[in-house]
Design a protein around this ligand. Structure first.
Ligand code: ADP
Length: 174
């Protein structure tokens, strides 16, 4: 069935999620980094990086553009797939919220292509990329709420209490 997905909030680590797909807050190189990216590759093992390298050797020679998404398998993670997406770097005067919304929409499109029914997202762009949590939560919740998809459950996995509270508040007030 294609409809809007249900939203669930989890206080925890994205690498522990037993979802069909987990989303990686990757960078355009697809070759690993810190934060969520580092945690996924550490726990998922070398298979994920090998697939990312193969993507770079093929259709993604220049890397993955901001706001786009692409899947690999999930190595040793409990999930079946990792969907890599590249969030925009926050710049106070000129940040484009549509690029951040695009990360959620494009990841859900990839999830539909895979047949994933449960998808776990981190708070994309709110770590190294500096997007303020409240604004990022609003963009994330709206993008997911409005998406037309066969994904039944979207799980926002928040890594600290402040992020969890901010997302919870946003869901209550929208
Ligand atoms: P970005 O580069 O897109 O900002 P980061 O990985 O630096 O991505 O951070 C994105 C968000 O994910 C931050 O709020 C950070 O606290 C959180 N985070 C970091 N590690 C994990 C993890 N293992 N599981 C879930 N969220 C995490």
């Amino acid at each position: 069935m294609t409809t809007h997905p249900g939203i669930v909030l989890v206080f925890g680590d994205i690498t522990d999620q037993d979802a069909d797909a987990v989303v990686n807050a990757a960078n355009s190189s697809l070759l690993g980094g810190g934060g969520v990216d580092g945690a996924i590759h550490r726990k998922g093992g070398p298979e994920i990086l090998a697939e990312c390298r193969a993507l770079r050797a093929g259709h993604y020679g220049k890397g993955l553009a901001t706001g786009q998404a692409v899947a690999t398998t999930a190595g040793r993670l409990a999930a079946r797939w990792v969907i890599h997406t590249v969030g925009p770097v926050y710049q106070a005067s000129s940040s484009d919220p549509s690029l951040l919304a695009s990360c959620y929409r494009e990841s859900l499109k990839v999830a539909d292509e895979l047949g994933a029914r449960t998808v776990a997202f981190p708070a994309i762009s709110t770590g190294a990329y500096g997007w303020p949590m409240a604004d990022a939560a609003r963009i994330a919740v709206e993008a997911v709420r409005d998406a037309i998809t066969s994904v039944e459950e979207v799980r926002f996995v928040l890594f600290d209490e402040e992020a969890y509270r901010t997302f919870a508040q946003r869901i209550r007030s929208s």
